[in-house]
Design a protein around this ligand. Structure first.
Ligand SMILES: [Zn+2]
Ligand SMILES: [Zn+2]
Length: 91
Protein backbone atom coordinates (compact mmCIF):
# COMPACT_ATOMS: atom_id res chain seq x y z
CA UNK A 1 0.00 0.00 0.00
CA UNK A 2 1.48 3.28 -1.15
CA UNK A 3 0.79 6.49 0.65
CA UNK A 4 0.92 9.62 -1.46
CA UNK A 5 -1.07 12.14 0.55
CA UNK A 6 -2.13 15.34 -1.13
CA UNK A 7 -3.87 18.39 0.22
CA UNK A 8 -6.82 19.23 -2.01
CA UNK A 9 -8.11 22.75 -2.35
CA UNK A 10 -11.66 23.56 -3.29
CA UNK A 11 -13.34 26.88 -3.90
CA UNK A 12 -16.16 27.63 -1.51
CA UNK A 13 -19.00 30.07 -2.07
CA UNK A 14 -20.73 30.48 1.23
CA UNK A 15 -22.42 33.09 3.32
CA UNK A 16 -19.06 34.44 4.47
CA UNK A 17 -17.98 35.14 0.91
CA UNK A 18 -15.71 33.19 -1.39
CA UNK A 19 -12.89 31.21 0.09
CA UNK A 20 -11.22 27.84 -0.02
CA UNK A 21 -11.68 24.57 1.77
CA UNK A 22 -8.90 22.06 2.19
CA UNK A 23 -8.74 18.41 2.90
CA UNK A 24 -6.20 15.64 2.90
CA UNK A 25 -6.56 12.82 0.39
CA UNK A 26 -4.23 9.87 0.34
CA UNK A 27 -3.84 7.15 -2.29
CA UNK A 28 -4.66 4.60 0.44
CA UNK A 29 -8.18 6.01 0.66
CA UNK A 30 -7.62 8.08 3.77
CA UNK A 31 -9.65 11.29 3.70
CA UNK A 32 -10.24 14.07 6.15
CA UNK A 33 -13.21 16.42 6.30
CA UNK A 34 -13.09 19.70 4.46
CA UNK A 35 -11.68 22.51 6.53
CA UNK A 36 -11.16 26.21 5.81
CA UNK A 37 -7.79 26.10 7.60
CA UNK A 38 -4.90 25.26 5.23
CA UNK A 39 -2.58 24.40 8.12
CA UNK A 40 -4.98 21.78 9.44
CA UNK A 41 -4.63 19.69 6.29
CA UNK A 42 -0.84 19.91 6.40
CA UNK A 43 -0.99 18.81 10.02
CA UNK A 44 -3.29 15.93 9.06
CA UNK A 45 -0.79 14.91 6.39
CA UNK A 46 2.06 14.74 8.91
CA UNK A 47 -0.12 12.83 11.36
CA UNK A 48 -1.24 10.36 8.72
CA UNK A 49 2.31 9.66 7.57
CA UNK A 50 3.51 9.21 11.12
CA UNK A 51 0.65 6.80 11.71
CA UNK A 52 1.44 4.64 8.67
CA UNK A 53 5.24 4.94 8.70
CA UNK A 54 7.38 1.84 9.03
CA UNK A 55 9.38 1.39 12.29
CA UNK A 56 12.14 3.93 12.60
CA UNK A 57 14.94 1.38 11.97
CA UNK A 58 13.38 0.38 8.62
CA UNK A 59 13.10 3.92 7.31
CA UNK A 60 15.30 5.21 4.57
CA UNK A 61 18.30 7.28 5.56
CA UNK A 62 18.68 8.75 2.07
CA UNK A 63 15.22 8.97 0.43
CA UNK A 64 16.44 11.12 -2.45
CA UNK A 65 19.15 8.71 -3.61
CA UNK A 66 17.12 5.58 -2.95
CA UNK A 67 13.98 6.96 -4.59
CA UNK A 68 11.82 6.18 -1.60
CA UNK A 69 9.85 8.17 0.97
CA UNK A 70 10.86 8.58 4.56
CA UNK A 71 7.73 6.76 5.78
CA UNK A 72 8.28 3.73 3.56
CA UNK A 73 10.37 0.62 3.94
CA UNK A 74 13.64 0.98 2.02
CA UNK A 75 15.11 -2.24 0.56
CA UNK A 76 18.45 -0.54 -0.13
CA UNK A 77 18.96 0.52 3.49
CA UNK A 78 17.64 -2.82 4.77
CA UNK A 79 20.14 -4.67 2.59
CA UNK A 80 23.03 -2.57 3.81
CA UNK A 81 22.07 -3.32 7.42
CA UNK A 82 21.81 -7.05 6.74
CA UNK A 83 25.15 -7.31 4.96
CA UNK A 84 27.17 -9.86 6.98
CA UNK A 85 30.56 -8.75 8.21
CA UNK A 86 29.92 -5.17 7.16
CA UNK A 87 30.76 -3.80 10.62
CA UNK A 88 34.15 -5.52 10.72
CA UNK A 89 35.20 -4.14 7.34
CA UNK A 90 34.38 -0.52 8.14
CA UNK A 91 35.63 -0.63 11.74
ZN1 LIG B 1 -2.30 6.89 3.30
ZN1 LIG C 1 17.30 3.92 1.72
Amino acid sequence: MKHRPKVRKQARYGGEGPGFDYRLECTCGHRTDWTPIPGASEQAKTEHLEAVAVPEEDRCRDPKTHKTRWWEFCPVCAYQLALPGFEEITA
